[in-house]
Design a binder for this molecule. Structure first.
Ligand SMILES: O=P(O)(O)O[C@@H]1[C@@H](OP(=O)(O)O)[C@H](OP(=O)(O)O)[C@H](O)[C@H](OP(=O)(O)O)[C@H]1OP(=O)(O)O
Ligand SMILES: Nc1ncnc2c1ncn2[C@@H]1O[C@H](COP(=O)(O)OP(=O)(O)O)[C@@H](O)[C@H]1O
Ligand SMILES: [Mg+2]
Ligand SMILES: [Mg+2]
Length: 318
């Protein structure tokens, strides 16, 4: 008999109610069960150790108590795989540190990858001399999953910058024309999938001169199919070609290694002014996998990779 049909594994999940609703769907639970994996909810407010046994813990929770429980678990039970390490996830909670790994990537496929020019503004009250070209996007520095951390402004000129009523540190990032489409690359260990999503439209030089000083927006890529049907942005999206999968795989695998993370996605745009140039603009921990085609089988394959390759005597990073 194969290992798949005889051995059962227990995975504990600690997720917000919103995430449980979107991710822990019956279709995932059933497929995982058929293939030997049972998923159980973990309560972050109760001692983790009392809820054992588990072969693996997956989690997305901003509770500091939970983080210390996990750190204790990692030192006390090295056989349990923790997906992912809190300190590695932490790097994605800041829009400067999240993109630092991108600069180390090297691609061999004739395409290149980088990040847009950006500067952090720690004190939002101080006058801003950012040295960037307009338009720029003001993004909250902290990317902690709160609604506020997705609230952004597209700023067309100095006056727009002066008019920003921000009370938290933020980053200013050069807006790059990219044809109104972003590529979302979902990573679950070695499994990688790239999908297209709608983005902000290109900004022409004429438009910079005549537009408002700034425009606010939030979570543009999550506009629903009903909202966008028939519009011009949707046509752009349908016509756009995905980047070659060899390039996407190179970038995703190297990022996975550099970030020491298994469960994340990144937003990538094609720089319209430089042939083959792509820019990573955002990296998200434990994103909305259920929006990815066949997420149940991708995630079940990933869980099996993890529990079968469990190292003895060490918690696993990647
Ligand atoms: O809820 P969803 O499915 O829209 O997923 C969100 C992600 O959407 P995506 O899968 O990239 O389209 C979303 O990605 P974006 O930041 O919109 O690129 C975030 O990962 C979000 O998590 P958080 O609010 O940053 O903690 C994710 O939200 P949570 O489900 O983790 O709350
Ligand atoms: N530098 C940029 N140039 C062009 N468009 C951008 C840039 N940065 C962000 N965007 C657009 O703004 C959206 C939100 O920005 P992002 O950094 O992904 O924030 P969030 O974490 O809220 O998803 C992106 O999906 C993309 O449409
Ligand atoms: Mg994004
Ligand atoms: Mg994000």
């Amino acid at each position: 008999m194969s290992e798949e049909s005889t051995t059962r594994y227990r995975i504990g999940y600690a997720l917000t109610p919103k995430k449980v609703k979107s991710f822990i769907q019956p279709s995932l639970l059933n497929l995982a069960k058929e293939r030997g994996i049972d998923l159980f909810p973990v309560q972050t407010t109760k001692p983790l150790i009392d809820q054992f046994p588990f072969d693996c813990i997956i989690h997305k929770s901003s509770d500091p108590e939970w983080r210390s429980q996990l750190e204790q678990l990692i030192s006390q039970k090295p056989d349990v795989v923790v997906i992912d390490r809190p300190e590695a996830i932490e790097r994605l909670h800041n829009r400067v540190t999240m993109l630092q790994a991108v600069d180390q990537l090297e691609t061999a496929t004739g395409f290149s990858v980088g990040v847009p020019k950006q500067v952090a503004v720690e004190n939002p009250q101080s006058p801003i001399d950012c040295g960037l070209s307009f338009p720029v996007i003001a993004k909250p520095l902290v990317a902690n999953g709160s609604a506020g951390s997705h609230q952004m402004s597209l700023v067309f000129n100095e006056e727009g910058l002066r008019g920003l009523k921000l009370c938290q540190p933020f980053v200013l990032q050069e807006f790059v024309n990219h044809g109104g489409v972003i590529f979302k690359v979902y990573v679950a260990g070695k499994h990688i999938q790239c999908v297209k999503r709608r983005s902000l439209p290109d900004v022409s030089e004429e438009k910079v001169g005549v537009s408002e000083n700034s425009v606010s927006f939030s979570q543009i890529s999550n506009v629903t199919a009903e909202d966008r049907s028939g519009d011009e942005a949707e046509e752009l999206m349908e016509a756009a070609e995905l980047p070659p999968s060899s390039f996407v795989t190179e970038v995703a695998s190297q990022l996975r290694e550099a970030l020491k993370l298994n469960l994340f996605n990144f937003d990538m745009i094609r720089d319209s002014s430089v042939e083959g140039r792509h820019l990573v603009i955002d990296i998200n921990y434990f994103p909305g996998y259920a929006k990815m085609p066949c997420y149940e089988s991708v995630l079940t394959d990933f869980f099996l990779d993890i529990v079968r390759k469990k190292p003895s005597g060490a918690s696993k990073d990647c």
